[in-house]
Every structure is written in structure tokens, then in C-alpha cells.
Design a protein. Structure first.
Length: 334
């Protein structure tokens, strides 16, 4: 077999086995393996007992987790990798386990991807059709677990000093609003999202002691009138869920709602302009086929175009989470 063919076969095998790796990571989170190890249950028998599985299965799983470099092994003892210790230990301040499990309910659908791709039925709201409060609670248990980290990054990256009112479009749990209003004194925020989602957002807002700073507006941001007097608009981490025309509509509404010299920040999974990656944005676009939505992945230039077409100036692309998220900003002329 030619060398290049062997290399291609190896690459394809690695891509195929990513499914197994995802399954192993999800199982480890559900069984609280990393939490057990953090609490000193760091041998195969101890992990097996803590997780309620056999020694044989504990050995199988720990061997894979070590091969994935999520664990380090020293003889018979295991330790968590630094990022695992920070984000996947259940009682940790920044526990992101729900995010790791976010796509698990869609596994059967992804196994039917070819059939989903053949399905001609589409809708503009995708997964949000018939969305219930309980759906919103499950969904935002995952997104909140990493949303607060993204919100802290946003408030470190953007100076909103002197701003008075932020509109958080499709704001979900309200993480961006909660953190921004805490970081910048005098800033108030409104989270606009579907009615079932704002019920859940109110719960997170109350839990963070932010009810005096952050309010919610139940509605559909394609139809609901935006508040007036807004000087900051944020739309974060939902770009691939929507088609270009819908995003253009929402951006135009945001422009009209903003006061002169107001600013808009679109944060999302964006493709490079040659549409050859990054893989994260491409996969989120493909995910919309699972949801039967009209959404797709957008390039950075396309997102800039949505802002410019609405009338924004000084439109700029900023790296946010490299390889995952970009922050694209514009200003309404004074």
C-alpha cells in the first residue's frame, strides 16, 4: 500500500474513533469519575466503588481516559489533567459537565444524519419549535455552565463603562447580562428570548442576585419590538441557528433600537472566509440539519456584511475563543 494511502487510512480511522472518545468522556462525566479521583478515589478499585461499576469496566474506562490524556497514570494511581480538574469536577466552581452532555440527546439523530439531510422539511426556529420550560431548563443547564465563562471573557474584552442599557438578544440564561451588569456599575440589561426561556432566565438572574439589574422580555426577536434607549446590543453564540435573512432582520432591528454611538456585538461560531474551517463552526452548521432548521454556518465577512448593511460603521472582527468563537462589532454613527 502506498505511504500516502496508509496515512489517509489512519486519518480516517482517527476521525471515526472520535465517536468512541466522545462516548467515553460523556460516560466519565455521568459516572462522576473525575470527581471521584479529585476526592482521592484514585485507583481502579476505588473508582469502581465510587462509580458503582465493576473493576473490569473501571479499568477499561480509565485506560481510555488516560490514553485521551484526560487522566495521568502513575502506577496504580490516577490524577486528573489540569483542565479536567478545573472544569469537570462536579463540586468545582466552574463545573461544565452539563455542557459535555449537551449533545447526548441528539446522538440517535446524528446516527440518522443521512436521513435528516434528505428530509425537505425545514423551519426558521429549528429546535425552538414547541420549546417548553422544561426543555429550556435542560438546555440552559448546559449552556449556563460555560456561558458564565464566556460572559466573563466578554466583560474583560469590552469596556462598557458609561453604558446604561444592554439588550441581550436570545440571551438564554442571562449569563452575559448578569456578568456585564455586575462588572460595569450603572449598567442595566434586558434579556429578550422566547417565553419559556425567560422563565428559566429569571431563575438564573435571581440565583445570581441580579434581579435589580437584569430584567427579561418574553418574545420572538424577529417580531417583538425592541426596547428604546439601548446603547449596547449583544447577540451571543446562536449565529448558526439562523439563516442570513433572519440575522439581517434582527441586526437591522438592533440598529434602529440603538441610540447614536451605540454598539452591537455579534458573538458566534464563524467560518473563515474561504469556508474551510474551523471545524467547530462547520459542525454547528451541520447540527442545524438535525434540528430541521434553515440555519447554517456564516463566515466572518458575511457577519460583517449583516452589520454594514444595517448601517453600522467601524465593523471589526475580534478573535474571542480562537477556533471556536469570534466577536464581530459595529457602531451606530453618532
Amino acid at each position: 500500500m502506498p505511504e500516502t494511502q496508509r496515512l489517509d487510512t489512519t486519518r480516517l480511522q482517527k476521525i471515526a474513533q472520535a465517536y468512541w472518545e466522545s462516548a467515553a468522556l460523556m460516560a466519565a462525566v455521568e459516572l462522576e469519575i473525575f470527581t471521584a479521583i479529585a476526592h482521592g478515589h484514585d485507583t481502579i478499585p476505588a473508582v469502581a466503588k465510587a462509580a458503582g461499576i465493576s473493576d473490569r469496566n473501571a479499568e477499561r474506562l480509565l485506560t481510555v481516559l488516560a490514553a485521551m490524556t484526560l487522566l495521568s497514570r502513575d502506577g496504580e494511581r490516577f490524577t486528573n489533567a489540569a483542565d479536567v480538574q478545573r472544569f469537570l469536577v462536579k463540586d468545582g466552581e466552574r463545573y461544565a459537565g452539563p455542557w459535555i452532555l449537551f449533545t447526548k440527546p441528539r446522538w440517535r439523530a446524528f446516527g440518522e444524519l443521512s436521513e435528516r439531510l434528505r428530509d425537505p422539511q425545514e423551519n426558521k426556529l429549528g429546535a425552538y419549535v414547541d420549546f417548553t420550560v422544561e426543555d429550556a431548563r435542560r438546555y440552559h443547564a448546559a449552556t449556563y455552565s460555560i456561558g458564565m465563562g464566556a460572559a466573563r471573557l466578554f466583560s474583560r474584552s469590552v469596556d462598557l463603562s458609561g453604558r446604561k442599557l444592554m439588550l441581550d438578544l436570545g440571551g438564554g440564561s442571562g449569563a452575559y447580562s448578569i456578568v456585564a451588569t455586575k462588572t460595569f456599575p450603572g449598567l442595566q440589561a434586558v434579556v429578550l428570548d422566547l417565553p419559556p426561556v425567560t422563565v428559566v432566565a429569571d431563575e438564573y438572574i435571581a440565583a445570581n442576585g441580579a434581579a435589580e439589574r437584569v430584567s427579561t422580555l418574553p418574545g420572538d426577536f424577529t417580531e417583538t419590538a425592541f426596547p428604546q434607549g439601548v446603547d449596547v446590543v449583544v447577540m451571543a453564540s446562536n449565529l448558526p441557528q439562523y439563516e442570513p435573512a433572519l440575522i439581517g432582520l434582527v441586526v437591522a432591528k438592533a440598529f434602529e433600537a440603538l441610540v447614536p454611538d451605540g454598539e452591537m456585538h455579534l458573538i458566534g461560531e464563524t467560518l473563515h472566509d474561504d469556508r474551510n474551517g474551523p471545524i467547530s463552526a462547520a459542525l454547528w452548521g451541520l447540527n442545524e440539519a438535525i434540528q430541521n432548521s434553515t440555519g447554517r454556518a456564516h463566515t466572518e465577512s458575511e457577519v460583517k456584511g449583516y452589520l454594514q448593511a444595517a448601517g453600522f460603521v467601524d465593523v471589526t472582527v475580534h478573535p474571542f475563543v480562537p477556533g471556536v468563537l469570534s466577536r464581530i462589532t459595529g457602531r451606530k454613527p453618532a
